[in-house]
Design a protein around this ligand. Structure first.
Ligand code: NAG
Length: 215
């Protein structure tokens, strides 16, 4: 190809008497080459701006690790210092046409302790902060939205965000892990919940958590 193909000319000069631009075959080839060179230059500049650091991070993100977390969640709604509080009472079943045992419309906000062992006084692991609300008209079924905030060990300062359906009377419930921060950036996974202790009179409960997370 001759160098003259790359020359930038006054586009008006190419206008025929009809007023419509006519692009010749040679002009198209020249324009394609010019576009290619511009894109090449832009790519080289982007590479120089972001540098090697970003490429390393991209490599790290491409190889996720899987972590299994095991701990106990203590939901205390009774007594003088509850860790979960009722902020909205469910409307009477008759008014909402829902089952009397569904608690449909109830909202509880929690800041529940997480511990390494099943006893309330065992080593603290973190907190479960968020809410659960009655969102099933036929039975006891919650929408549960919470952050697991880790305060000890290797994951101290990191969080996981969980959002899912929790029917607390089922033997096993599964909640999706939808994200995370710190060590858990890019997190996705799931949590399995099993009630280990329940005071049927007050509703206080201890729940075992097995969380499997890729990050
Ligand atoms: C967790 O991290 C915080 C902030 O860095 C620190 O103050 C605290 O002592 C750590 N806790 C544990 C149990 O390591």
């Amino acid at each position: 190809m001759e160098a003259s193909n790359l020359a930038v000319t006054n586009p008006r000069a190419a206008l025929p008497s009809s007023g419509y631009p006519v692009i010749s075959k040679m002009d198209k080839k020249g324009a394609t080459l010019l576009l290619f060179l511009v894109l090449l230059a832009a790519a080289a500049e982007a590479d120089a701006v972001h540098g090697a650091g970003q490429r390393k991070e991209e490599v790290a993100a491409a190889a996720p690790t899987t972590t299994h977390l095991h701990f106990y969640f203590h939901d205390t709604v009774s007594g003088k210092s509850p860790t979960a509080v009722r902020v909205v009472e469910p409307p009477p079943a008759a008014a909402s046409s829902s089952s009397p045992t569904s608690m449909f419309g109830m909202v509880n906000v929690m800041d529940d302790p997480l511990t390494a062992g099943p006893e309330r006084g065992s080593a603290p692991v973190g907190r479960a902060q968020g809410l659960y609300m009655g969102s099933d008209q036929a039975r006891l079924g919650f929408l549960q939205a919470m952050n697991l905030v880790f305060t000890s060990g290797a994951h101290n300062g990191s969080t996981l965000a969980l959002l899912g359906r929790n029917c607390p009377l089922d033997a096993v419930r599964e909640l999706p892990v939808v994200g995370g921060t710190g060590a858990f950036r890019f997190a996705r996974g799931y949590a399995l919940l099993r009630t280990r202790w329940l005071d049927a009179r007050t509703g206080d409960a201890t729940v075992e958590y097995d969380v499997y997370v890729m990050h």
